[in-house]
Ligand binder design. Structure first.
Ligand code: ATP
Ligand code: MG
Length: 264
């Protein structure tokens, strides 16, 4: 018990030096949370903020792959973990600590415990913004991290199809229940950019996210198109906003980052 109290104290101390805390989550898997978290983090960094990225997806940690990080975070001592740094972004993830290709078969409390340890023991130094990438759905970890971290902004990622919007509504309502002060929606995969002619194809439809945000009384941050280079950059570990800063995707992220800064 005292161990948990001690940990909570260290979390509180850490929160004092993390000015703004952003949650990226969704009701549905595979809609682009990690892609949004990575590219938003770098777009905020480009706006001259000090930014950290926390990979809270314990069973499917993708962030190191997406930002091109390998190696292990350094441990100063039992309660001091140094984040890894890539292009000035401070990153922490469970991925380097587990064997590659092995499933993480951990029950909820163990997963939440690991995230709490990250919140308590990672030495971020001063941060303007900490972006947290969460696992899909509205389960245990989302609840624990929210209670411990008290984010000021929840970003719910959706794609434009009705099945995704349905889950997105659930996620927005969860953010409301968790009393997260600001809630905003991003519509990802909104229109497909043809790699041959550059024309935008209305593949999954578009505009549903904005309409839903309006109906639910939350902010809308912007739409990100589906672009081949977006997926390639994710796989290659070279975030699209760094590699192709003039692309439609990178410009969409710059706009979203600006809206985030205004919201905060
Ligand atoms: N706008 C986009 N354009 C092109 N590819 C995209 C875009 N958004 C996401 N992707 C690709 O779609 C796949 C799923 O994205 P991502 O891993 O970010 O989703 P996720 O919501 O984090 O998934 P999970 O629920 O498994 O955590 C990745 O291969 C990613 O590169
Ligand atoms: Mg993910």
């Amino acid at each position: 018990m005292t161990e948990i109290l001690e940990q909570d104290k260290r979390i509180e101390k850490n929160l004092e030096i993390i000015r703004n805390r952003i949650f990226v989550f969704s009701g549905k898997g595979g809609v682009g949370k990690s892609t949004v978290a990575v590219n938003l983090a770098y777009s905020l960094l480009k706006a001259k903020l000090k930014v950290g990225l926390l990979d809270a997806d314990i069973t499917g940690p993708n962030i190191p792959q997406m930002v091109g990080l390998s190696g292990m975070p350094e441990m100063m001592d039992q309660h001091q973990i140094l984040p890894q740094i890539k292009e000035d972004l401070r990153v922490i993830s469970i991925a380097p600590l587990i064997p590659k290709d092995q499933p993480v078969i951990w029950r909820g409390p163990l997963r939440s415990g690991t995230i709490s340890q990250f919140l308590a023991d990672v030495v971020w130094n001063e941060l303007d913004v900490l972006v947290t990438d969460l696992p899909p759905g509205t389960g245990d970890e989302v609840l624990t991290v929210s209670q411990k971290m008290r984010p000021q902004l929840a970003i719910v990622v959706t794609t434009p199809q009705e099945v995704s919007l349905l889950d997105c509504r659930r996620a927005v309502n969860m953010a409301k229940k968790l009393s997260i002060p600001k809630i905003a929606v991003v519509e990802n995969m909104s229109g497909l950019i043809c790699p041959k002619c550059g024309e935008e194809i209305d593949f999954f439809g578009k505009g549903g996210g904005e309409k839903m945000a309006e109906e639910m009384g939350v902010a809308f941050l912007g739409r990100i198109p589906m672009e081949k280079i977006g997926r390639e950059c994710g796989d290659a570990g070279t975030p699209v906003v760094l590699k192709y800063p003039e692309s439609k995707t990178a410009r969409a992220f710059a706009g979203i980052a600006q809206n985030v800064i205004e919201l905060l």
